[in-house]
Design a protein around this ligand. Structure first.
Ligand code: SF4
Length: 395
């Protein structure tokens, strides 16, 4: 199948010419793809029927297959997509009262950064996404919103993966979000855990795209334990790179601080953060932890959050408490994938047990009695994980 959203205009022209279609067809198809953003070939009404039929057989309007979807009571939609090679990735759509519609998209299947509190980090790294796979996550939400008379207004690269570890594809996707979906640079945010050389490269791109940095600790010793990337690039190097970004773009940096009860939510830590960021054009978003099964920590209590914010304010650092969205549907990065894989593993165990029972003539045996060691194919999603973090390839 040819993913039409993976083709440039020239490639689309070449494809249709090879199908003996007149030259203007490519322009028509392009308009259906990017102006109307149709969801099926039957809607391409000015194309001749035989061409629509051929497109249905040989082409696709995107490469992501919806594997699971959950909707939160707060309206947040979380999707799990299957990629052509079986990898699973997540995207989230957040709806706000002021009509903002924000897509949170993934840049990698899994993640090599190993942040201890993150479900994706706990899975390890599988592979980089292509720019098409990154772009299409936003496109799918845009298409669905337009079908109900709304529009996708913002995109944040805060899903699975570290966008700067997959730098070229992420930046290519950013450019397509602007050119093909019409999303303004100021409405796109790229988030990083602190890949210092890439922050500097990003600052040099000449884009007005926002930068968010996941900080979570204000001393190297504390940050080393939460974010292994800090052992490669210290806080001093990170903050220097942020100053460079501000100098080059004139934009402020957003710092993300996940508040973990008893871990990084004391007034002393807020004071250290205030000192670290002194003089930097920035804003801090504090987000009480979204708990994951692989990490012991929990979200900070409301009183501790308020004190933390107040100490920052005393030091002139603007900060906002972000509401955790989609809590009831595990909207934190990597959580839906973990849940679906867990469910599948259980089903696979039961399937293996049933098969064993049939072979042994024990159809009535309880499923739990066999298959506990099942280690079958879970769609290629967990089989090729690389454990550990290696930053040597990021320069
Ligand atoms: S928080 Fe982001 S960078 Fe860290 S492990 Fe999770 S996905 Fe990767």
């Amino acid at each position: 199948m040819i993913d039409l959203y993976g083709l440039t205009m020239n490639e689309l022209e070449a494809l249709l010419e090879s199908w003996d279609e007149p030259r203007f067809r490519a322009r028509q198809v392009w308009s259906w793809l990017y102006d109307s953003r149709v969801r099926n070939f039957d809607d391409m009404r000015n194309l001749p029927l035989p061409l629509r039929e051929r497109l249905k057989k040989e082409a696709a309007l995107g490469s992501l297959e919806l594997e699971a979807e959950e909707t939160s009571i707060d309206g947040t939609i979380k999707r799990l997509y299957r990629l052509p090679d079986g990898q699973l990735i997540e995207s989230v759509l957040m709806e706000y009262d002021d009509e903002r519609r924000t897509a949170c998209i993934s840049s990698q299947a899994g993640c090599a950064m190993g942040c201890v509190f993150c479900a994706t980090g706990q899975m390890g790294f599988s592979r980089h996404l292509t720019s098409d796979e990154i772009f299409e996550q936003a496109l799918y939400f845009a298409r669905d919103l337009e079908a109900r008379g709304e529009r996708l207004s913002n995109v944040v690269f805060m899903g699975m993966g570290e966008p700067f570890h997959n730098y070229d594809a992420s930046i290519e996707a950013v450019r397509r979000l602007m050119s093909d979906l019409g999303i303004g640079a100021r409405h796109i945010t790229v988030s990083t855990v602190g890949l210092v050389p890439m922050i500097r490269r990003f600052a040099d791109e000449g884009l007005q795209v926002k930068l968010a940095v996941s900080l979570h600790a204000a001393t190297d010793s504390e940050r080393d334990t939460l974010l292994p990337v800090n052992r490669r690039w210290s806080l001093k190097e990170l903050v220097n790179a942020c100053h460079y970004y501000v100098d080059m773009t004139g934009r402020r940096v957003s710092f993300e601080w996940t508040l973990i009860q008893g871990e990084n939510d004391t007034p002393e830590q807020a004071l250290a953060l205030g000192r670290l960021l002194h003089g930097l054009k920035c804003h801090v978003n504090v987000i009480p932890l979204n708990p994951t099964t692989g990490y012991h920590g929990g979200p900070s209590a409301a009183g501790r959050v308020e004190t933390f914010i107040a100490v920052l304010a005393e030091h002139g650092i603007p900060a906002t408490v972000r509401v955790r969205r989609g809590i009831d549907i595990d909207a934190g990065c990597g959580q839906l994938k973990s849940k679906v894989l867990r469910r599948r593993r259980e089903q696979a165990k039961m399937g293996a047990a049933a098969a064993a029972d049939v072979e042994l003539g024990l159809e009535d045996a309880l499923p739990e009695q066999a298959g506990d060691e099942f280690d079958g194919d879970l769609g290629g999603s967990v089989a090729d994980i690389e454990d550990g973090v290696d930053f040597d390839d990021i320069q």
